[in-house]
Ligand binder design. Structure first.
Ligand SMILES: *[C@@H]1O[C@H](CO)[C@@H](O)[C@H](O)[C@H]1NC(C)=O
Ligand SMILES: *[C@@H]1O[C@H](CO)[C@@H](O)[C@H](O)[C@H]1NC(C)=O
Ligand SMILES: *[C@@H]1O[C@H](CO)[C@@H](O)[C@H](O)[C@H]1NC(C)=O
Ligand SMILES: *[C@@H]1O[C@H](CO)[C@@H](O)[C@H](O)[C@H]1NC(C)=O
Ligand SMILES: *[C@@H]1O[C@H](CO)[C@@H](O)[C@H](O)[C@H]1NC(C)=O
Length: 529
């Protein structure tokens, strides 16, 4: 039965990606605008108040941790250390959990001020941060990954069947099943901005994405998008809104209140209260909650699209090139053709099932789901920079009512842009690099200069755990980015490899953390903040 789910997933995922290339705009479901606030957009290259406060609290924990490691440091000179997790599908998602687990065992996890991610790693981040105390309890995170029973196909299909009866059934529901059930083995969810008021037990999380319009025809400043529990916005432009407002309707910098339909946010399995009230048009808190959920959907979307991109690239490069070069009309034709192929594939699969309630569900879904895919029925993510008359807003953002956040891995597979420069003023970046690529290297240190942070680069498979380039290549193939959800053995292997990465390089890590503390101390002596 697992196999069935996986096959179905793959087919749907594929088509969704293709469609996202074809149709960049979703239907506008927004209605009922009411002026709410004058100037909700923050333009600045410094930290927002919420992050500043969190970081301040987190530094006390970092200080304590450094002192425990016998690293000389005072409250005024706590180094800014960020762990930047790469993309790389389930390999990156699982590897990161192993890495953090060992960081905790070695007493290193609490030296981190920040945890940033793109693509695959945002997946395990979303899952880890579900636990407000995960940093002190990585054993639990590992056992969730290893011992949770897989979500049964029947359960997933039942769930989808229930959602499909509702008014606003959409692709968001499908993604929920694909990702939560299929890979992370849970169907949980929450809102990112709920984390805004947490204490600083965990490093501060930053999720990164890229904006599609700017990615294809915009200036570099419009490309990088970051989402934290407090703010969402364009790193390089320095334009942000509160995370709970991501997806709201804006014009010329003014927030227009809206009652957002549930299309985008129905990935939720458990958020019954929000759903139950979705038609009651009354509560602002709920509509804010809905918008917050967009973040969650986005993060998951990023991951899945990334996997499929790699996969498409691998199976048929000429085909993806063709799609990229095709006109809108050609793309639509191609898409319709693939849509038909999907329908046939799924119908064939469902015919092989035994008669019964389950088969009925599946047939029902075929009727409900495929048309959604054909329409690419997603809710919109409102663009807060729409017609915002400020000179720094590029045309790619000024003129589009909606943002389209896509996988940052398409730009760069490690979230460096959010962590370079004065804003977060990072001293040391620890970069477990778990993306695909032809690197057969070992851990190495890129020494920082006055402004630039030092980077410890740590590939998952490397010269230490692979005897030669051939074994390296075999490992990368075995754990390739796009494949069926890993078996238990594969999960274990990647977890262990992530742990080993930390164990093998503990000395290097400690040495660089020490240097980072010294560097910060010198900055402090020189009178810098
Ligand atoms: C620790 O730093 C203080 C100044 O911040 C210095 O006086 C002291 O000698 C240092 N101790 C060690 C062991 O480096
Ligand atoms: C942080 O909050 C959690 C509850 O989410 C609590 O259990 C924990 O004790 C708090 N830690 C600190 C250091 O305040
Ligand atoms: C946009 O907002 C600015 C600042 O409030 C204002 O000066 C300008 O007239 C507005 N433009 C339009 C078209 O409303
Ligand atoms: C839905 O909203 C109504 C009115 O705002 C409230 O009385 C009710 O308790 C809400 N239902 C749920 C399930 O939260
Ligand atoms: C790849 O895609 C192109 C364009 O659709 C097609 O002509 C070609 O036959 C495909 N190759 C394979 C190996 O599927």
């Amino acid at each position: 039965m697992q196999t069935g789910l996986t096959g179905f997933m793959n087919a749907v995922v594929c088509l969704c990606l293709v469609n996202s290339v074809i149709l960049s705009q979703a239907a506008d479901n927004m209605e009922g605008d009411v002026a709410l606030s004058e100037r909700p957009i923050r333009q600045s290259h410094s930290l927002c108040a919420g992050e500043k406060e969190y970081v301040h609290k987190r530094k006390q924990i970092v200080l304590h941790s450094l002192n425990t490691l016998e690293i000389n440091c005072t409250a005024a000179s706590v180094p800014h250390i960020a762990l930047l997790a790469s993309g790389g599908g389930q390999r990156a998602a699982v590897g990161l959990v192993g890495f953090l687990h060992q960081m905790e065992k070695e007493g290193l996890l609490d030296t981190l001020l920040y945890l940033g991610g793109v693509s695959g790693s945002t997946w395990s981040m979303a899952s880890l941060y579900n636990d407000p105390q995960f940093s002190t309890n990585m054993d639990a995170a590992v056992s969730r990954l290893l011992d949770s029973p897989s979500v049964k196909l029947e359960q997933a299909v039942d769930w989808l069947g229930e959602r499909a009866k509702e008014e606003h059934f959409s692709l968001a529901d499908i993604w929920g099943v694909l990702t939560s059930a299929g890979i992370m083995k849970q169907m949980d969810l929450r809102c990112l901005s709920d984390e805004a008021n947490r204490n600083a037990t965990n490093p501060y999380p930053i999720y990164c994405a890229t904006e599609k319009h700017c990615f294809t025809h915009g200036p570099i400043e419009g490309k990088w998008f970051e989402i934290s529990p407090h703010e969402a916005g364009f790193t390089e432009l320095g334009l942000f809104i509160e995370t709970s407002l991501l997806g709201s309707k804006f014009q010329n910098g003014t927030l227009l209140e809206k009652k957002k339909e549930m299309d985008m946010v129905k990935l939720q399995v458990s958020n019954a209260a929000v759903r139950a009230n979705k038609t009651s048009n009354t509560c602002l808190p709920q509509s804010a909650a809905n918008k917050k959920n967009i973040v969650r959907v986005t993060v998951i979307l990023l991951y899945v699209c990334r996997c499929v991109c790699n996969w498409l690239y691998k199976v048929n490069h000429s085909q993806t090139e063709f799609v990229e070069a095709a006109s809108m009309e050609e793309r639509k034709t191609l898409f319709n053709q693939w849509s038909q192929e999907l329908r046939v594939a799924v119908e064939t699969w469902s015919q092989s099932l035994d008669d019964g309630a389950f088969k009925t569900h599946v047939s029902f879904l075929i009727k409900e789901v495929i048309p959604l895919i054909a329409e690419w029925k997603w809710g919109p993510t409102g663009n807060f920079l729409y017609q915002y008359q400020v000179s720094s807003v590029p045309a790619c953002l000024y003129s589009n009512e909606r943002l389209q956040l896509i996988d940052a891995g398409l730009v760069i597979n490690v979230p460096y842009p959010s962590f370079l420069g004065d804003k977060r003023d990072i001293d040391l970046i620890i970069a477990p690099e778990y993306s695909a690529g032809n690197m057969f290297e070992d851990c190495y240190v890129l020494e920082g200069k006055e402004k630039e942070p030092t980077i410890i680069y740590m590939p998952l498979f490397n010269r230490r755990n692979c005897k030669d380039a051939e074994e390296f290549k075999a490992k990368m193939d075995e754990f390739s980015t796009f494949q069926r959800p890993f078996s238990q053995e594969k999960i274990k292997f990647v977890l262990e490899t992530g742990k080993e990465n930390v164990k093998n390089n503990k000395e290097t890590l400690l040495k660089e953390i020490n240097k980072a503390a010294l560097r910060r101390h010198n900055k402090w002596k020189a009178g810098e903040p």
